[in-house]
Design a protein around this ligand. Structure first.
Ligand code: ADP
Ligand code: TRP
Length: 324
């Protein structure tokens, strides 16, 4: 199956939501599929206006991808701007996209609902995302729950294109994990997101990770009171990174009375589980960061690998639409 996904380098550093919602799946899917994972730099420009940040963040995210286990021998890893044809395809697709569809998309809708003014790029962003997906003729798109709507929009646009100009694109499926990974809670209990400032970044210094874990919002139950683990942010995050026996033990301690076990203890256990889970990746990232030239080379090689796929799609699109 042809797979594509990407992440927006709005800030440096992948968080637990990105990993457990999306990147973890990407790593599994690269084994038996033709997988393409890119860094969505054009998308990041909708909110990032500082050139040095954009330059820095794209490499930071590349380091995160590789440290977590994307393997350039098994999947193709590249930067969006190395395929400038996505902007051409995006234009062509936008001629088939009703305004109403984009008005319903949540990134734009939420911003307008908050009374903030949105620019054209934020409004048009689902069309660029459709171009990212369709330019490699992806059939599966592994993402978190929040991106489902955008993949559905992509299907609609692909369908419209095929109806207007003949079958060029397969209709992609969103691949969304069941359970806690679909919507990982942040430290305030809302969806973890870098734009809400409630995220725990996997590769932040140990001290910072600890500080974020300790800042998880809880109710005021005391150490001797019984507590419900389900729906508790500490427990939900722990379920994602600890093994089943450890999870069972924590659940029992939550439910017990008079054992002097409070949220502070649970947070400490969560912190330790995170360090265990991501220790090897943190080490790998340091090694990779010391050889950043190698990372740049991997991205160049990725761009060279995706190029023929893109050229083939664009030749078909230009032919079908009458541009050529
Ligand atoms: P953010 O919301 O922090 O800006 P992105 O929009 O860049 O994150 O998301 C990148 C990928 O990570 C997407 O596939 C998205 O669905 C997934 N993702 C982000 N946050 C979460 C979360 N809290 N739970 C599950 N998946 C998430
Ligand atoms: N919009 C996605 C996000 O915010 C990132 C993205 C851009 C993407 N293009 C994509 C994801 C194509 C999957 C496929 O997370």
């Amino acid at each position: 199956m042809r797979i594509l996904s990407g992440l927006t380098p709005t800030s440096a550093g992948i968080h637990l939501g990105n990993y457990f919602g999306a990147v973890r799946q990407w790593i599994a899917l690269q084994e038996k599929n033709d997988a393409y994972y890119f860094i969505a730099t054009y998308h990041a420009m909708t909110s990032l206006k500082d050139p040095s940040d954009l330059r820095k963040n794209q490499l930071e995210v590349a380091l995160d991808y590789l440290a977590l286990g994307l393997n350039p021998e098994k999947s193709t890893v590249y930067l969006q701007q190395d395929i400038p044809e996505v902007t051409e395809l995006s234009w062509i697709l936008s001629t088939l996209t009703p305004m109403g569809t984009l008005e319903r998309c949540h990134a734009y809708k939420d911003k307008v609902a908050k009374g903030l003014s949105a620019d054209h790029a934020l409004f048009a962003y689902p069309v660029l995302m459709a171009a990212d997906i369709l330019i490699v003729k992806s059939e599966g798109v592994p993402v978190g729950q929040d991106q489902k709507q955008h993949v559905e929009v992509t299907r609609d646009i692909a369908m419209k294109f095929n109806q207007a100009f003949g079958e060029v694109f397969p209709l992609p499926e969103p691949l969304i994990l069941e359970g806690a990974g679909a919507k990982v809670p942040g430290i305030d209990g809302q969806k973890m997101s870098k734009s809400y400032g409630n995220d725990i970044r996997i590769f932040d210094p140990e001290k910072k990770v600890r500080k974020q874990v300790m800042a998880i919002v809880t109710d005021t139950s005391g150490v001797d009171e019984a507590k419900e683990p389900d729906g508790n942010t500490i427990f939900e995050l722990y379920q994602l990174c600890a093994n089943p026996e450890q999870v069972e033990v924590m659940a029992d301690k939550f439910r017990a009375e008079n054992i002097g076990y409070g949220y502070g203890h649970a947070k400490q256990e969560l912190f330790e589980a995170l360090m265990d889970e991501f220790g090897p990746a943190r080490k790998r990232r340091e090694e990779l960061a010391a050889n950043i030239g190698d990372v740049e080379e991997i991205l160049r090689a990725g761009a060279a690998k995706v190029r023929p796929v893109v050229e083939e799609t664009m030749a078909a699109v230009r032919q079908a639409t009458g541009l050529r």
